[in-house]
Design a protein around this ligand. Structure first.
Ligand code: BES
Ligand code: MN
Ligand code: ZN
Length: 501
């Protein structure tokens, strides 16, 4: 998709479709829609359909007009943005995705979206539109035999129509390019997540990471099972030992000139390319979805791509733990005890609680490499889905300072996350009869248990844990995004990293 900015009058733009946002100005039940363009010709062209009552401006309402009078565009799409009072960059981002998804497949190959003039800073609006449009464009139907025909339906050009006096055009062009980098990196992550486990083994993930690193100028090191054992990553190896598919420990390094010496961010990703549950095997129903159990890893790899291209001045290392979780004659069994890299012993109660085991060694390794602040992302627990549904990802933070930094980034990125607690009282549940701790306990508070477990391995290093089990995969098609991988957390992570430079 080619992207550009235009400061032409919307009515003068030659395009397949002009997209204009409508907003509901009323706060009562009766809608009072307005057309968000200062161009009188655009408002004139929409006058009849607005006065007919057909347009309410409710979120994602799409009204398509052909040959709109007084406009050079072939069509006019009025796209509902909901209540004017609550309309923000987050809604605008989704609307851009909805525009792409509504228009593609209608023999429309270019469209121009008019930025609403309702107080969102122009640079933020440009970025939101670019990010949303790319997210909307992603199509997960990789292995459908009519894929080639679908490719032809793509939107080739997106023009963002900026209002007069929206400031320095150079700054807006910068926002566009930055938005593009982040959005393409998010789709890069979604691409990895979308692949089934037979096409996204730990080895393939490592190859994809290596190629990406070479493309954008990152250092990439891949370590095999022997090295994992040499590093004494007993918790990671315990999960990997049951699989015929070799594991991979992937380290991506971003070391810019002029970065502060005292900050080294560590991004740790859960890369379980398929989670059968191991000997504590999962039920067949829905197990196919466990191909996305490497979403945390993909998000970190994608975030490193964006970081390498955006060049913030801060040192960042990503540590990716890639493995399958399989039952076999070599697999670990409930009751086994594993010694983690940090020296702590773990009694394996449930082999399906494997994510926390591999992350335990990932966090310890990040500390060994000198990381001063840690963030991990993982599709860690079904319990976080019980707690927060498919809407919010769970955030856990070991310090308020880390939380505040992350929350700020999260708001800028327009992703939904909710903080969950880490009180010391929960530590009780970790006790084992035979070892330092168990890997699983009661069903209640399961997402917190998992986070408390990880906290033992982040130790005194400030740390954030993101449980994205409910949010990394969209369960249904939405107006702005296809059913499938979402790439959640990548944008927040990139903002978080930028916040340190
Ligand atoms: N990968 C799963 C968590 C998961 C669940 C991800 C649903 C995506 C959607 C994780 O490894 C797991 O199996 N967790 C168990 C832990 C339990 C055995 C303590 C769970 O949540 O049931
Ligand atoms: Mn599991
Ligand atoms: Zn898992």
């Amino acid at each position: 998709m080619k992207t550009n900015l235009s400061s032409s009058k919307p009515s003068q733009l030659e395009t397949d479709c002009l997209v204009v946002v409508t907003l509901d100005q009323g706060d009562k039940d009766k809608p009072s829609p307005t057309v968000e363009s200062s161009d009188a010709a655009v408002r004139d062209a929409s006058k009849d359909v607005i006065s007919s009552g057909e347009v309410t401006a409710k979120l994602f309402e799409a009204t398509l007009l052909h040959n709109p009078t007084g406009l050079k565009a072939k069509r006019l799409l009025l796209l509902g943005g909901g209540k004017a009072k609550t309309f923000s960059a987050a809604e605008l981002r989704k609307l851009a995705g909805a525009a792409v998804r509504t228009l593609k497949g209608k023999n429309i190959h270019s469209f121009a979206l008019v930025l609403p003039e309702n107080g969102i800073a122009a640079a933020d609006a440009v970025r939101a539109v670019i990010e949303g449009a790319f997210v909307g464009e992603f199509d997960p139907g990789y292995y459908k035999s009519d894929r080639k025909d679908k490719e032809k339906e793509k939107i080739e050009t997106l023009t963002i129509v900026i209002p007069e006096k929206s400031g320095d055009p150079k700054a807006l062009e910068g926002a566009l390019q930055a938005g593009r980098i982040v959005a393409e990196s998010q789709n890069f992550a979604r691409d990895l997540i979308n692949e089934p486990s037979n096409r996204m083994t730990p080895t393939i993930m490592a190859e994809r990471a290596k190629k990406m690193a070479a493309d954008v100028g990152l250092k990439c090191e891949v370590m095999d099972g022997d090295k994992i054992r040499q590093l004494k990553m007993g918790a990671f190896w315990g999960v990997s030992q049951g699989s015929d598919e070799p594991p991979a420990l992937i380290v991506l390094r971003y070391e810019p000139q002029g970065a502060p010496k005292d900050v080294h961010l560590g991004l740790v990703g859960k890369g379980v390319t398929f989670d059968t549950g191991g000997i504590s095997i999962k039920p067949a129903d829905g197990m196919e979805k466990m191909k996305y159990d490497m979403a945390g890893a993909a998000t970190m790899i994608g975030a490193m791509r964006a970081i390498a291209l955006l060049k913030p001045k801060v040192k960042v290392t990503a540590i990716i733990l890639a493995t399958e979780n399989m039952p076999s004659g070599k697999a670990q069994k409930p009751g086994d005890v594993q010694i983690a890299m940090s020296g702590k012993s773990i009694e394996i109660i449930n082999t399906d609680a494997e994510g926390r085991l591999i992350l335990a060694d990932g966090l310890a390794y990040a500390r060994q490499l000198g990381c001063t602040h840690l963030v991990d992302a993982a599709t860690l627990t079904g319990a976080v889905v019980v707690a927060l549904g498919y809407v919010n990802a769970g955030i856990f933070a070991s310090t308020d300072d880390m939380y505040e930094r992350f929350e700020k980034a999260n708001k800028l990125a327009g992703e939904k996350m909710w903080r969950l607690p880490l009180d010391d009282e929960y530590k009780e549940n970790l006790k084992s009869n035979i070892a330092d701790m168990v890997n699983a306990g009661s069903r209640y508070g399961g997402a917190i248990f998992a986070a408390m477990f990880l906290k033992e391995f982040s130790e005194d290093t400030p740390w954030i844990h993101l449980d994205i089990a409910g949010t990394a995969w969209m369960e249904d098609n939405k107006p702005w995004i296809a059913k499938g991988p979402t790439g959640i957390a990548l944008r927040s992570l990139v903002e978080f990293v930028k916040g340190w430079s």
